[in-house]
Each structure stands twice: as structure tokens, then as C-alpha cells.
Design a protein around this ligand. Structure first.
Ligand code: ASP
Ligand code: MG
Length: 420
């Protein structure tokens, strides 16, 4: 591989491309990125992925979706109009993509796999956003589905590292070595060997940035956010947050795992493997220091408060009141995996076993279908899972006061509870 010295990867999420002003701000950040080559990974604009999800759901269930699709179409056209003097080709590209999206929606078939059709549809958010951004920054648009190869695990594609590394090096090294050009590509998307679209899991664009950085042995990755860096809590939910100026990969992986929404949990591993530092910086204040995540030692950190909404607490009892045995657990875990329900916390007692997962009605019903014969299942929805990492007595008191806890669990560093 040709050496690409000083290569940086920048990732811009939905909020940083939500309108024309945001995209122009992105442009100015890119212009100040320094002389080295730059790979720019972009998510869908604003809340586009949520909108596409609901349109897809309407289409799949045979309901009318024209109004929602029109709103999404207008939103993209409006951004194009507002960027008028900055763009040359994006207007036409966006119209083509919108037409292809409409066609895709019309082809949705409720008798075929939901998750597969989801990926073929939801990808348009990133395809649209990158066409616009590439035009504004004068970057080379690259289809990420040709770079990152995954298996056919729709909506949560598992990366084939060897072929992704080979493709990424081949395609991007050529593009970037050709001159002082930036590459703009989609976050969140991958492709199967036979060219179908996969997605990497919601909020997966951070992961994309890490995959590309890994494959290209980049010098650093920067995630541009609407917050000042990695904070000890979400400022929308907690007052008086503190920013961690520097933090290790390991601490960050754990926070992301517990649901800190600032970074997608899969992002850290590839970066840690190749010792690539990750910066989290504010696109509102690009000069501010942000957070540096790398291999480092640091003293004990301020307690981190992490909140996962929309949780579901499921409990399983074996029908014959037998103890929950290894054999039973094997069946339950198998069924959870099959229904793609991920365990956030679990606990067991003599005759019952409880797990807390993100709620999806469809997936829970699928689970019920699999286990109904063998187990009695109860579940509660609309719950919240709180995690305090590096807790102390004061932080537990502060967070639990006045709440009815349905499940709680404490380890040496972490306190977790589920409540209404
Ligand atoms: N647009 C996708 C989502 O909203 C991916 C991302 O934002 O990282 O989930
Ligand atoms: Mg996002």
C-alpha cells in the first residue's frame, strides 16, 4: 500500500449536516483540517433516518406514506435550494436518488424479509447527504458499500475485515494520492459480496469512521458533535456535566457499551487495535479542545451517568417451576439471539430469569413465539435503564431518589438499575 501520511478521518453526524448553514459550517471545518489527506464520513441529514424508518414501516405494513415521503423530499430539496450558489451537480444527483427511493418503497413486499428490505431503503439518507456534502466541499464521492464488506446479517452487518481492508486501500489510496482531494463517503452502510446494501446498526457512522481509519492506518479520527466532547452525562438530561479532557479506550468502550450516546460502542475496538487516537470535538466551537481518547493512564474519573430509554424488562419462568438451569438458559439465550434482542442487564433467581433489552414490539413478539411452549413470559415496557460508572454514595442517592427500582445490580465500578 502506498503510504498516506497524515491521513485524517472526520465523521459528521446528522446534527452537523441538518441544514444549509450546518453544511457550510462543515465546509469551514474541513478547510481548516490541515494539509494531509482527509476522509469525510457523513450520516443522514438531521432526523432523516428516523423519518425513513417510519416511512419504511408504513410501506411494509401496507399503509399510506405519501405525506411523510413528500416531507422528506421537500426537506432535501429545500437544503439544495438554500445552498444554491455552492453546488453544481448535487441537485440532479439528489433528484435521481429521491426517484430511486420512491421506487424502492413501491417495491416493498410484506412477504419478504423485513430487515433486508429495511437496509435497501434506509440507506438513502446517507446516499443523499453525501451527494450534497461532496458537492459543497469539492470532495470525491465514494460509495462506501464498495469499501466495507459485510455478511448478510441485515441491519447489523458483520464486517469482513480482510476484504474491507483490501477494497478500502485500493480505492481510497488511489483517490487520495491523486492530489489534494478529500473523499466523502457514507457512514452506517456496508455491502454484501454480491452488492446488496447492509447497515451497521443505528448510529453506526462512528463505526464506519473507525473501520476506514483502521483499514487506512489513519493518523487520527475526529467525531464532530454538538457537544463539547465526551461528557460524564447527556447535557439534555443532566445539569452540570463535566467534560473528560482525556480518557482511555477501555473506559470509553465501557461507557459506550452501557449506552452513552456519544459514541457507537463498536467504534473503539478497531482504533485501539491500531493505536489510532479518537478526538471528540464540537462543530459549534471547533477550536475548543474536546476530548482525546487514546491509550493512556488517568486518575479516577468523575462518575458517569448513562441513561437508556425505551427498555423492556422480560422475565422467563419455566412452566414446571423447575429451577432455571443451564439448559433453560441456553434456550433463552438462543431465542434472544434469534430475535436479535440484545441483553443490557440480566439477573436470575431460583425459578425466574430476567433480562432488560431495548424494546421492539416485533422482536419481542418473535421471542414470545419461540419460547411460549417452554416458558411463561412476562414483560414491562416503557422503562429506563440507568448506569452509573465509577459511582459513589452521593451519585447513587442523587439518581435513585424518588424512583421505584424494578431491578438493581452493583459491581465494583458500576451501579445499574431499571425503573419506570
Ligand atoms: N443515520 C444513521 C442513524 O441515524 C447512522 C448514524 O447517524 O450514525 O442511525
Ligand atoms: Mg446520527
Amino acid at each position: 500500500m502506498k503510504e498516506l501520511t497524515g491521513l485524517q478521518v472526520f465523521k459528521f453526524g446528522g446534527a452537523s449536516v441538518k441544514d444549509a448553514a450546518a453544511i457550510l459550517n462543515l465546509f469551514s471545518i474541513v478547510e481548516h483540517s490541515g494539509p494531509g489527506p482527509l476522509v469525510i464520513v457523513v450520516s443522514a441529514m438531521g432526523k432523516t433516518t428516523n423519518a425513513l424508518e417510519s416511512i419504511f414501516h408504513l410501506a411494509y405494513s401496507g399503509q399510506e406514506y405519501a405525506a411523510e415521503l413528500a416531507a422528506l423530499t421537500d426537506y432535501h430539496r429545500q437544503v439544495i435550494r438554500n445552498l444554491d450558489s455552492e453546488i453544481t451537480t448535487a441537485g440532479k444527483d439528489v433528484e435521481e436518488l429521491l426517484a430511486a427511493l420512491a421506487q424502492q418503497l413501491a417495491s416493498i413486499n410484506p412477504r419478504e424479509d423485513y430487515d433486508w428490505q429495511y437496509d435497501q431503503t434506509i440507506c438513502y439518507g446517507e446516499l443523499l447527504a453525501t451527494r450534497i456534502v461532496a458537492d459543497v466541499v469539492g470532495g470525491q464521492w465514494v460509495d462506501c458499500r464498495t469499501l466495507i464488506k459485510t455478511d448478510e446479517n441485515w441491519r447489523e452487518g458483520r464486517v469482513d475485515w480482510a476484504s474491507s481492508e483490501q477494497n478500502t486501500q485500493q480505492v481510497l489510496t488511489a483517490e487520495l494520492a491523486a492530489g489534494p482531494i478529500n473523499v466523502v463517503t457514507q457512514g452506517f452502510l456496508g455491502g454484501t459480496a454480491d452488492g446488496r446494501t447492509t447497515t451497521l446498526g443505528r448510529e453506526g457512522s462512528d463505526y464506519t469512521a473507525a473501520i476506514l481509519a483502521y483499514c487506512l492506518r489513519a493518523e487520527s479520527v475526529t467525531i464532530w458533535k454538538d457537544v463539547a466532547g465526551l461528557l460524564n452525562a447527556d447535557p439534555k438530561l443532566f445539569p452540570n456535566t463535566v467534560r473528560y479532557p482525556e480518557i482511555s479506550y477501555r473506559e470509553t468502550i465501557e461507557m459506550a457499551y452501557y449506552g452513552a450516546s456519544v459514541i457507537h460502542p463498536k467504534t473503539l475496538k478497531p482504533l485501539a487495535d491500531r493505536g489510532i487516537p479518537l478526538r471528540v470535538k464540537s462543530f459549534v466551537d471547533p477550536e475548543a479542545p474536546g476530548t482525546l481518547i487514546h491509550d493512556c493512564q488517568h486518575p479516577a474519573l468523575a462518575p458517569a451517568f448513562i441513561c437508556k430509554p425505551d427498555q423492556c424488562l422480560l422475565s422467563f419462568e419455566s412452566k414446571d417451576f423447575a429451577f432455571i438451569s443451564e439448559e433453560n438458559l441456553e434456550v433463552i439465550f438462543g431465542a434472544l439471539a434469534q430475535a436479535k434482542l440484545k441483553i443490557n442487564v440480566m439477573q436470575n433467581s431460583a425459578i425466574s430469569f430476567s433480562v432488560c433489552t431495548d424494546f421492539s414490539e416485533r422482536r419481542v413478539n418473535q421471542l414470545l413465539d419461540i419460547l411460549r411452549e417452554q416458558f411463561t413470559l412476562h414483560y414491562n415496557t416503557g422503562l429506563t435503564l440507568f448506569t452509573i460508572k465509577n459511582y459513589d454514595t452521593a451519585s447513587i442517592k442523587q439518581l435513585t431518589e424518588g424512583k421505584r427500582l424494578l431491578l438493581e445490580q452493583r459491581t465494583r465500578n458500576t451501579f445499574q438499575f431499571v425503573c419506570q
